[in-house]
Ligand binder design. Sequence first.
Ligand SMILES: [Zn+2]
Length: 409
Amino acid sequence: MDLVLRDARLAQRDGTLARVDIGIHDGRIARIGERVEDAARTIDIGGRLAVPGFVETHIHLDKACILDRFVPQHGTLDEAIAQVAAAKKAFTEDDVFARASRALERAIVNGTTHVRTHVEVDPGIGLRGLRGVQRAAAAYRWAVDVEVCVFPQEGLTNSPGSGELMREALAGGVRVVGAAPYTDPDPRGQIDRVFMLAREFDADIDMHLDLGDSPEHMDVEYVCEMTERHRYGGRVAIGHVTKLSLVPPEAYERIARRLADAGVGVTVLPSTDLYLMGRGQRHSVVRGVVAAHDLLHRGVNCSLSTNNLLNPFTPFGDCSLLRMANLYANVCHVGTREDMRECLDMVTARSARLLRLADYGVEAGKTADVVVLDSATPETAVAELSLPLYGFKRGRMTFSRQPARLYPP
Ligand SMILES: [Zn+2]
């Protein structure tokens, strides 16, 4: 073995926790057992929880960390889009690379080993954002795998040139195509075109959808219909869907069933949704965070993610997915041990399934992407925001930190 993680606490398939050694060789988990010997290096983790690396399914690296350029006045979606559209004109490839790198470093030290990042393409920014993000992805490949999704933030049917740039990106190897139909004068026209692009390039789909603080004009059922028509079940994800938190119970049940049947995954973005929603209200303010753990009970796969970081869409953030799980659990009244564990799954195994990562998990034979948390159980990790103490990517340590020490007099 190149490395043994001695005395790790590991969740088993039946939900129990076992204390085991994790043997790593040649970048993979070679053996898990009560005692694994013959290691070049051993790290005793003292019964702490080992989990697979966190998976960020939805983050905007190209427009991260620009709060020094614009200060949000109203905190609305329209303001955020307008401010970023203005700031974007000055983005250079080097600038995007530097900010994406900053964001990725924060993600790495918080335990993230996989990222799907949404990148804006339109005639204003061209492919500069994409190139800067791709450079950062290559620079940090030692610690995190980055997958890109290109999307037209400022509209597609109304923006001549955006579709061509998306095609160019997809032809160049981008594997995921995104959307933001609510910024398009013809939302369903945009959805149709995105499905056509996905079919043409055999790309997966990840749309921003139904972001708003009233339940009118929802596109979620149309996306389910298109997913079935194109036989794309399991390859479509939708993010935000804040309107789903506002529909009456009968409609909620119907839509949840449609999502489960069509195989459309849902990504909840608690920090952004809390920040942008309910801005027009002075009382009984809408929070707009969909109860993902309830959707899971109805057969919908869900993930929790960061979305935006230190920009007019979300002037907060540290790329900690554990913090996102804790925030979500708090806002959405998660209380049972099972649902608390689901919150951890929604930043690990469930996120991995949403991204269709086959080689994922702390199991013999899988790539050794492992994070050690200063916690003994999954539910306390979420409840107590336990610190990630070690991270490993393909078996190599990528970061470490010491737990705090007390110095009594
Ligand atoms: Zn987004």
